[in-house]
Design a protein around this ligand. Structure first.
Ligand SMILES: C[S@@+](CC[C@H](N)C(=O)[O-])C[C@H]1O[C@@H](n2cnc3c(N)ncnc32)[C@H](O)[C@@H]1O
Length: 240
């Protein structure tokens, strides 16, 4: 591919096979996704994001002031491990790290920017095979991500390791534990409208626990279809 091509980025190289992964991510996120890429260079990949997310917002981070930010993208001139990055980058549905490929810097960027990924969004680390075996290598980054799957607070839904890419997906909000949400709502309600002895809140907490013990309580007619339809009088009113 020449530099005149619309997207002179490795993401388009067939032997890398990155594009199909990004097309799947784009299909999942939709056209309004907010994207930020670390590593801009000539701006080709930012242009690709503009095409894939035509109603979204595209930002690029690069340490080199001579990098080229295409028209319509947000210029963030910064090192990829700068502590102000979370604020500069803001909330993003997709963050791609194609900057230094230095293990330590890559790990630091992830630490800083994973919290900026929205629920159901993605963080992609490119070229993780780079500098295998060296101190602070990308392979170490890849290995150190794995334990995140066992840490509920990190909200990692899954991690896919493909040829050259690590695709980390954040849990969607609907995967939140409904039981915890209900208990939190009761606590919020009782803080806002306290009852004298806290009995109402205690009853509500107990009801939630009972529900999760018996998820389909007796007497919910819309959940348990009666075998024979209930009788109705002449006006159509159901008896019983
Ligand atoms: C591989 S190029 C990016 C290519 C671009 N993503 C594309 O696909 O067309 C890497 C870029 O990362 C930038 N970079 C290198 N080290 C960096 C660092 N520590 N912080 C921020 N940017 C860095 C370089 O200036 C360079 O422009």
């Amino acid at each position: 591919m020449t530099h005149d091509a619309p997207f002179d980025t490795e993401k388009m190289w067939p032997d890398h096979g990155y594009l199909p992964h990004y097309l799947r991510i784009a299909a999942d996120l939709g056209m309004h996704a907010r994207v930020c890429e670390l590593g801009v260079r000539r701006g080709d990949s930012l242009r690709l994001w503009q095409v894939l997310f035509p109603h979204g917002d595209v930002a690029g981070v690069d340490i080199n002031p001579d990098a080229t930010w295409p028209k319509g993208t947000t210029r963030i001139e910064s090192a990829q491990d700068h502590p102000d990055l979370p604020e500069l980058v803001g909330a993003r549905d997709l963050i791609v790290d194609d900057a230094s490929h230095d293990g330590q810097l890559t790990a630091r960027s992830f630490e800083l920017l994973w919290p900026q990924v929205t629920r159901g969004g993605y963080y992609v680390i490119e070229d993780w095979w780079f500098s295998w075996g060296m101190k602070g290598s990308m392979l170490a980054v890849a290995q150190n991500l794995l334990p995140l799957l066992g840490q509920p607070g990190q909200l990692v839904a899954d991690i896919r390791y493909t040829w050259g890419l690590i695709i980390i997906r954040k849990q969607e909000a609907r995967l939140m534990n409904l039981r915890d949400v209900l208990h939190q709502l009761i606590d919020c309600g009782s803080a806002r409208w306290p009852d004298e002895d806290g009995q109402r809140a205690a009853d509500a907490h107990e009801a939630v626990e009972r529900y999760f013990l018996h998820p389909v309580p007796d007497g919910y007619p819309w959940l348990v279809r009666p075998e024979t339809p209930p009788e109705q009088d002449a006006r159509g009113v159901t008896s019983g």
